[in-house]
Design a protein around this ligand. Sequence first.
Ligand SMILES: Nc1ncnc2c1ncn2[C@@H]1O[C@H](COP(=O)(O)OP(=O)(O)O)[C@@H](O)[C@H]1O
Ligand SMILES: [Mg+2]
Length: 264
Amino acid sequence: MPGTSPVLELRDVARRFPGRTAGAPPFTAVRNLSFNVGEGEFVSVVGPSGCGKSTLLNLVAGLDQPSEGTVALHGVEVAGPSSRVGFMLQKDLLLPWRTVLHNVEFGLEARNMPAAERRERALAELKRCRLTEFADRYPYQISGGQRQRAALARTLAISPDVVLLDEPFSALDAQTKLVLQKNFAETIAGSNLTTLLITHDLSEAVAMSDRILVMSDGPGRIVEEIDVGLPDRDNPIARVGRPRASEIVKHLFHALHLGEREDA
Ligand SMILES: Nc1ncnc2c1ncn2[C@@H]1O[C@H](COP(=O)(O)OP(=O)(O)O)[C@@H](O)[C@H]1O
Ligand SMILES: [Mg+2]
């Protein structure tokens, strides 16, 4: 959002990994990454498989450190995972031996929150994510879509001010994906969360975000930035029906040279 100070700021970030064989030069996964995300803004990063999207997310999450440049949250350089940042990956990472409710309570236990307060917070989050009736089930007893909702509930229960999502819908069938995108969009719109979504799904990026950053083939860098400029951020289904949405998708498709790729 223009005019607000950035919540997240990347300056000339690069990440190199050691060469894959002895004596091989280091491998550059991402380079020259510079961008800001403002408070309450929803930004998506799209790019071909292997271009460094997850690498970028791990750097922002503080799970990994850049080889060059800086990543800052609220003006402070990221040195490790922060309790103000929630993240969610394609794989839900729910603990199989805990019920949905106890999974949502998990992050709160680590903060020594009193049991009664923890329970209350977890139940409120389950309600918001429409999972109340599944609270006592184990992850294997619910669907993939419900598991992702439970993972979102767990992520939001810690009251983060930033959420990082790495392809959270990509393992779901097309129909479940639409329902979840709508569910996530409504949940996120009802808060003032700053969101960074990594996806290779171009329509998803257009349906859900305020701004889209386009990453090139590896080593990934940002080659384009698009202001989505569509209303209804809380209603992705309404958004994708608009002519501007399909124009942006078409533009992204060409920008990423997807029509020319054999492996897309
Ligand atoms: N920890 C690591 N060590 C070595 N190479 C890595 C590591 N993590 C990612 N890479 C490599 O960096 C590149 C980008 O990976 P990734 O960020 O997972 O891409 P994406 O999420 O866009 O598909 C890939 O070539 C991958 O093999
Ligand atoms: Mg990835």
